[in-house]
Design a protein around this ligand. Structure first.
Ligand code: SAH
Length: 296
């Protein structure tokens, strides 16, 4: 088959290849909330006099408050760890097999990528709003796409260069950076690009580069890529973008194709089998926000 055209996608529907284990990338630093801060007792200043009982009571009260705060921080870190482990167990039951993917989802604190008001739902298997009419993808979809993109790469995953289009809040990018060598992620909405940068700063992910721009143009300065993961649904992928994929490389993209019903999308896997040829696999029915040209 030549370039992945809409007609070509509908032509052959082989089944998904089995997942293979690869070596993980660099680990993410522990979220700072897990590190227990020492209670801070401000020095008591005032007129030179012997401390009174009231001073002692106040100091005890300050220490008690600091200890309580400390306990709350540790408890909420423990709670989110427990919720994350439960989420990963559910993903394994839903068919995610690659241990590297499960480990990555267990490691990255998803609650740090959503508004505080939604943090209690961060480990539900659901997409959540991140503002600007966009969403953080459902954990199952993130896990599934990561597993698919990892399988049969032209190089070991730890050396692979991957381009994500649609950073959003940065969660999928952080997961990819756990399992791949070098990750580039482009976002077209400036406010989301900035927000992803803030979300990721505390996690220190040295092998991830965030780029503000139109992902449909790709990133010629960092090409060629071993894989691309498109996190928004379009009608087609431009040649200029596909040209940035290595022979043997993989492109995973939700596209507006289905079985004739309006609004349907299908997750598609394209593998570049030669300079001019691509193989195509239609996978799951999915629901993504639209892929749009230009920047905002
Ligand atoms: N990867 C995200 C999902 C974000 S939703 C996650 O971890 O959950 C998809 C994102 O794609 C949106 O933020 C949207 O603004 C962005 N997007 C859409 N078209 C784009 C384009 N042409 N270039 C870059 N980003 C694009």
């Amino acid at each position: 088959m030549t370039r992945p055209t809409k007609k070509a996608w509908m032509a052959d529907v082989p089944s998904a290849p089995p997942a293979k284990a690869h070596r993980p990338g660099k680990p993410i630093a522990a979220p700072s909330a897990i590190k227990r801060a020492a209670p801070v007792v401000p020095p008591v200043r005032g007129p030179e006099r012997a401390p009174t009982r009231a001073d002692a009571r106040e100091s005890e009260e300050q220490q008690r408050r600091a200890r309580t705060h400390d306990t709350h921080v540790a408890q909420s870190a423990e709670t989110s760890e427990r919720m994350r482990r439960r989420m990963v167990d559910r993903l394994a039951q839903s068919g995610i097999r690659n241990p590297l993917v499960l480990t990555a989802l267990n490691r990255v604190p998803r609650h740090r990528f959503v508004d505080q008001g939604l943090a209690s739902r961060a480990y539900d298997d659901t997409a959540l709003p991140i503002g600007h009419a966009q969403t953080i993808s459902q954990p199952y979809v993130v896990a599934r796409m990561t597993e698919l993109v990892l399988t049969d790469l032209p190089v070991p995953a730890a050396q692979a260069r991957v381009l994500e289009i649609g950073t959003g809040c940065g969660y999928q990018a952080a997961i990819l950076a756990q399992v791949m060598g070098e990750v580039y992620s482009i976002e077209r909405i400036r406010a989301l690009h900035d927000r992803a940068r803030d979300n990721l700063r505390a996690l220190r992910v040295p092998n991830l580069r965030l780029v503000y721009g139109d992902g449909l143009v790709g990133l010629p300065s960092a090409a060629p890529f071993d894989a691309m993961l498109i996190a928004a649904a379009g009608d087609a992928l431009p040649d200029a973008l596909l040209d940035q994929v290595k022979v043997g490389g993989r492109v995973l993209a939700p596209l507006a194709v289905g079985h004739g019903r309006a609004g349907e999308q299908t997750l598609c896997l394209f593998v570049r089998t030669s300079r001019t040829q691509w193989s195509t696999t239609l996978l799951d029915a999915v629901r993504f926000v639209p892929l749009r040209p230009g920047i905002a």
